[in-house]
Design a protein around this ligand. Structure first.
Ligand code: NAD
Length: 290
């Protein structure tokens, strides 16, 4: 039976660490401030941004959610974004996605200055991980960063391991591939056009599923003798409306060694990474980082 690798015990340590760093920054005169831009009333976005605000306040930082109506003009949206980008009291800035259709062509990742880019979407931050950074210098996209933290906390060695990442999005799959490579894993990036995905997965030591299809990966993708590690990024709803991942937990439990549950796994790590990025961005901005 697999061990469930949960975020909760890891979370406790990181929250303590971030709270302490935040207190030190405050003592030296800077309260880390996260500015969120939220356009419209997309209900998951309302929940995500409110959770992010609660978390930042928990560690002692401040967070403001700047709400704009769904029909805000492009001009007004850009004007507000530039104002936050230039405000020296804003240490971290991000735009909650998705944006309404009339704004969705905007490359907001490039409009947020790289040093405030707590989402890790700016080209300069992405280039850093392309060039081999493991997150020492760059602000790294939050979900892949959280997965690396989980693997490290569980003492899972990455060097020389065969890792399969399923999903090639800009926010999860591709940066995940780069980070695992930077930690010396041998990575195969799979996607909807990959042929014989089951065989590719059967050969892996670590499988990271970021697909967005409820319970897609079952035990037919696994090799029980390999003691595989399964990381489930998916956030979906099953036939009964319950939150579930991309991995069919019941099906794989007796076929792998470690599995991250949904909920209670990767999702929680993402917000911790956002907190880490905010503190790092603030330290960088006031020149505290050696
Ligand atoms: P996306 O839709 O941008 O990408 C999905 C990827 O899955 C694509 O690259 C596609 O090629 C691949 N794919 C689709 N069907 C496939 C198939 N049959 N076989 C192989 N590959 C297939 O999604 P995303 O934004 O990367 O998110 C993926 C999942 O992770 C979603 O469920 C999302 O909600 C979740 N997510 C969770 C967190 C978190 O904090 N836990 C963060 C981001 C995304």
């Amino acid at each position: 039976m697999a061990t469930l690798l949960r975020a909760a015990p890891i979370s406790q340590r990181i929250v303590e660490d971030l709270t302490q760093k935040c207190a030190e920054l405050k003592k030296s005169g800077t309260t880390p401030h996260l500015q969120v831009m939220l356009v419209g009333e997309h209900s998951p976005s309302l929940i995500y941004t409110s959770n992010k605000k609660k978390f930042m306040e928990k560690i002692g930082a401040t967070c403001d959610i700047h709400k704009l109506p769904a029909d805000v003009s492009e001009e007004e949206f850009i004007r507000d974004l530039k104002r936050f980008a230039n405000d020296k009291n804003v240490n971290g800035l991000f735009v909650q996605l998705p944006l309404p259709k009339h704004l969705s062509h905007l490359d907001v990742g490039q409009m947020v200055p790289y040093e405030k880019d707590v989402d890790g979407f700016h080209a300069q931050n992405l280039y850093a991980i392309m060039a081999g950074d493991t997150g020492q210098k760059a602000l790294v996209p939050c979900t892949p960063k959280g997965i690396i933290t989980m693997l490290k906390e569980a003492n899972i060695e990455l060097e020389g391991k065969k890792a399969v990442v399923i999903g090639r999005s800009m926010i999860v799959g591709k940066p995940m591939m780069l980070l695992l490579t930077n930690f010396n894993a041998t990575v195969t990036l799979c996607h909807s056009r990959t042929k014989d995905l089951q065989r590719v997965c059967q050969d892996a030591d670590i499988i990271i599923a970021a697909i967005g299809r409820a319970k897609f990966l079952d035990n037919s993708f696994l090799s029980p003798q390999k003691n595989q590690i399964l990381i489930d990024v998916g956030i979906n709803h099953d036939e009964n409306g319950n939150v579930c991942g991309d991995i069919d937990q019941d099906s794989v439990m007796d076929f792998c060694e470690i599995l991250t549950p949904v909920p209670g796994g990767v999702g929680k790590m993402t917000i911790l990474s956002l907190g880490e990025n905010l503190i790092k961005a603030t330290e960088n901005q006031i020149g505290k980082l050696k």
